[in-house]
Design a protein around this ligand. Sequence first.
Ligand SMILES: NC(=O)c1ccc[n+]([C@@H]2O[C@H](COP(=O)([O-])OP(=O)(O)OC[C@H]3O[C@@H](n4cnc5c(N)ncnc54)[C@H](OP(=O)(O)O)[C@@H]3O)[C@@H](O)[C@H]2O)c1
Length: 256
Amino acid sequence: MRLIPELNSEAHVLIAGASRGIGLALCAALLARDDVAQVWAVARAASTSPELAALAAQYGDRLKPVDCDARNEQSLEALVSDDLAGCEHLHLVISALGILHQDGAKAEKGLAQLTLASLQASFATNTFAPILLLKHLLPLLRKHPATFAALSARVGSIGDNRLGGWYSYRASKAALNQLLHTASIELKRLNPASTVLSIHPGTTDTELSRPFQGNVPDGQLFEPAFSADRILEVVGAHGPADSGTFWDWNDKPIVW
Ligand SMILES: NC(=O)c1ccc[n+]([C@@H]2O[C@H](COP(=O)([O-])OP(=O)(O)OC[C@H]3O[C@@H](n4cnc5c(N)ncnc54)[C@H](OP(=O)(O)O)[C@@H]3O)[C@@H](O)[C@H]2O)c1
């Protein structure tokens, strides 16, 4: 299967949130493909991630770990002007950034646990960082087929919300979905060969989900490598005609 629809050349790819979890597994899956020329692996601690170092030892210059805090626009400017200098086009960008209980975010059970600080922390990483990443990478997405996919979450769906709770996380992902849908309309005008997707990776065994895995039914907690493969399948299945849509790991559409 092609990495993204209509792409006939080797791909330049950027993964944000690449130092561990699903983003790291995406880097490994992409580097194992012979149609991927270059992977930029972005995270705040990319250069000190032992797992990324192991991939770099295996794949050499095809992997470029880059330290960047995607909540910080100066850091994003440096990513484009310094680390990506010489890169003319990115065919695929996947934002795998996200927090649920880290960096000041809280997985609230009820309103009594809600604080301005946890709302702001969740929105800063889950909502603002991915859309600012897209803003800064836009010059590299304007010519050829280009897909920008962000890992959202099914719990960000308003139509699917029957359990409540997780106010900050749910709202931050719902707002991310709105921003991505809005961007898909603008990108369609700038580059008719562009695609913007929101993807739910499925519940996956990572640092983000670890405190909440007790409630996951048997067989429904995925290994990061499985999720990464499913995400790449979904990305490869949807081109410009589907831009601005929301999919799960099994390629089923999710209601907003
Ligand atoms: N795991 C699940 O069950 C699950 C379910 C549904 C949706 N998701 C979504 O899938 C995505 C990946 O989650 P995961 O489970 O793989 O999480 P994870 O293991 O905690 O990894 C998150 C990644 O994001 C990076 N990151 C966090 N803040 C950043 C920032 N400000 N700038 C740059 N990088 C940053 C982290 O690296 P540094 O700390 O080095 O920056 C790390 O590489 C998230 O969007 C999450 O909401 C996950």
